[in-house]
Design a protein around this ligand. Structure first.
Ligand code: ITT
Length: 193
């Protein structure tokens, strides 16, 4: 079983979450740990394509087994937007809060508030790629709630919960989230490998 693995991400929030999800069983390396300071390109138009592009970009440079995560928030009433464009929905250089404001504005007065988060993880082991997907369904709230999490967490309330991802403790988000589910699938695969 592989005990050391590199997460190809520049998003420190994701890094912290995945560290918590993996627990003590794995040593999770970051790009910092391997002294790689690069912008990772993500120019594909699917989560699968971007996850693979990010993981291969890093693997091709340093040849260490690694994985990348591409995540999108898909809102039913907005025909699946922001989807694969979740990071820069409000424009180049925008903040998490700009993105949240844009969807709240676009959804003003809409009754259908159904949405889901989808994460695709691409793992590369010894030059072969493996994909794992995690999804969580819920609704977009009409106002921000909570100070935890990141990105769209203040306005996403998963089904079966009374608070948004940003209002719940990290262990609860990680236990039911898109990313938690995708990473758990990857870990189960690694365990039986
Ligand atoms: P890397 O590509 O370096 O991993 P990124 O921030 O560009 O980081 P993504 O393209 O996968 O990552 O993420 C798209 C955006 O979706 C991200 O910037 C957040 O705004 C949002 N997002 C991702 N995961 C989220 C989560 O768990 N909760 C809330 N929003 C999230």
């Amino acid at each position: 079983m592989m005990k050391e693995i590199l997460f190809a991400t520049n998003n420190q929030h994701k890094l912290r979450e995945v560290r918590e999800i993996l627990g003590a069983d794995y040593r999770l390396l970051s790009l910092n740990d391997v002294q790689l300071d690069v912008e990772i390109p993500e120019t594909q138009d699917t989560l699968e394509g971007n996850a693979a592009q990010k993981a291969w970009f890093i693997y091709d440079r340093i040849g260490i087994n690694c994985f990348a995560d591409d995540t999108g928030l898909e809102i039913e009433a907005l025909e699946g937007r922001p989807g694969v464009y979740s990071a820069r929905y409000a424009g180049e250089g925008c903040s998490f809060d700009d993105n949240v404001q844009k969807i709240l504005t676009e959804m003003t007065g809409l009754n259908n508030r159904r949405a889901c988060f989808r994460t695709v993880v691409c793992l590369i082991v010894d030059g072969k790629e493996y994909l794992f997907e995690g999804r969580v369904d819920g609704v977009i709230t009409t106002e921000r709630e909570g100070a935890g999490g990141f990105g769209y967490d203040p306005v996403f309330r998963p089904d079966g919960q009374h608070q948004t991802f940003a209002a719940m403790p990290p262990y609860l988000k990680n236990g039911i989230s898109h990313r938690g589910r995708a990473i758990t699938k990857m870990v189960n695969w690694l365990k039986q490998k």
